[in-house]
Design a protein around this ligand. Structure first.
Ligand code: AHG
Ligand code: MN
Ligand code: MN
Length: 366
């Protein structure tokens, strides 16, 4: 299709807004600012070692090497991406506050700027352990409404203001910095994918109305954790591995990129199921991924695309968060597979569990 016939992200947002004649345009402006932050991060990522951001030249290296509140080492690019998100969004008057993986506490909008009605929660660089090996990374974002009293009083935001179930998200999405940079977005009316046209510096609508296929024969899980998995997860993976000769009656393929955004994108494009389930590895960590800025936005996109997102036990978007950096078991993707995994979690934990492979021939039995 000629470029002139394609919608830009701006046009998509304006066409969506027309469905709500009273809408102020604040949400659209906020999303465009987020998209600009993503474009800036895409450029820095694309320069790799040339941009000094990997700290390989020793020149003007930004802060990094510190640990964030999760106890994870921050890469210089984690810090830079966080800074870009803040600088491109704090000034606009659309936000009441921001929160991110890389900041212990919520960030207040500086007093020099007006405060608005939305909260922005983000993982500025997801999969950053993959940066050094030139594998796709991304940014994940979630937009919530600020509680009414925050908007009315203009008071500082607190952690509690952000602790809203994922179902209340106004919009959510991610940018993926791969061979192609894309922005995938839901404003609550399906999911649309935009490809960055590097000549124009514009996101262009290339994937309208994305749908996750209901069925799949591809699963993604870090099997090095298998000895820590709970029985329903072991059962599910065993059955996939048993393939044609097992209870599923078909062969499965496996993928693990260790970059959630990249896995989510693959699943949106061709189906699949992703699991980073709750496990017994570290009793202090009920899961690896974080509810507010990883599980909820990706869950919102999946559900809006006809897929499903779950803790394994309950729908992800119904979970009432208990803290800003809460970790949670995450399962998402093709609806029928996620529902099957939920079913396994709800079935009584017997050794035969309906699966002849569960105990006797388990490849991951303990
Ligand atoms: P982040 O880089 O934001 O800390 O997130 C990394 C996450 C996620 O992208 C990925 O699915 C997972 O960590 C990989 O974990 P393992 O290294 O345990 O496989
Ligand atoms: Mn992440
Ligand atoms: Mn991150």
């Amino acid at each position: 299709m000629p470029l002139s016939h394609r919608w830009t992200l701006t046009r998509y947002l304006i066409e969506e807004r027309r469905r709500f004649p009273g809408a102020s345009g604040d949400l659209n402006a906020l999303i465009l600012d987020i998209s600009l932050a993503c474009k800036a991060i895409a450029r820095i990522v694309a320069f790799g070692s040339l941009g000094d951001s990997l700290g390989t030249t020793g020149v003007a290296e930004p802060a990094g090497g510190a640990t964030n509140v999760q106890g994870e080492v921050q890469k210089p690019l984690d810090v830079m991406s966080n800074e870009i998100f803040i600088r491109m969004n704090e000034w606009s008057g659309h936000l009441a506050g921001l929160a991110s993986e890389e900041m212990d506490e919520p960030k207040q909008v500086p007093s020099a700027f007006p405060r608005g009605k939305y909260l922005l929660v983000f993982d500025p660089l997801d999969g950053s352990s993959n940066i050094d090996v030139n594998v796709s990374v991304g940014s994940v974002f979630s937009i919530l409404r600020a509680p009414a009293d925050v908007v009315d009083s203009g008071r500082d935001v607190t952690e509690a203001d952000f602790l809203q179930p994922g179902a209340t998200q106004v919009a959510a999405g991610y940018a993926i910095y791969g061979p192609v940079t894309m922005l995938v977005l839901s404003v609550g009316n399906g999911v649309a994918g935009f490809t960055l046209n590097p000549n124009l510096g514009e996101f262009v609508l290339t994937h309208p109305n994305l749908k996750v296929p209901e069925d799949t024969h591809e699963f993604a899980i870090n099997t090095s954790n298998s000895r820590f998995w709970e029985p329903p997860v072991k059962r599910y993976v065993d059955e996939c591995l048993a393939g044609k000769t097992g209870p599923r009656g078909k062969d499965f393929n496996m993928r693990w990129i260790a970059s959630m955004v990249a896995e989510a994108h693959r699943i949106l494009m061709r189906g699949g199921v992703f699991m980073y389930p709750r496990d017994t590895k570290d009793p202090a960590k009920p899961g690896r991924l974080r509810l507010l800025y990883e599980a909820n936005p990706i869950g919102f996109v999946m559900e809006q695309a006809g897929g499903r997102a779950s803790t394994g036990r309950q729908p992800m978007l119904g979970v009432k968060p208990s803290s800003l950096h809460q970790r949670i078991g995450l399962v998402f993707g093709s609806r029928n597979e996620v529902e099957r995994i939920e079913r396994y979690h709800h079935e009584p934990a017997t050794r035969d569990n309906g699966s002849p492979l569960f105990a006797e021939r388990s490849l991951f039995r303990d």
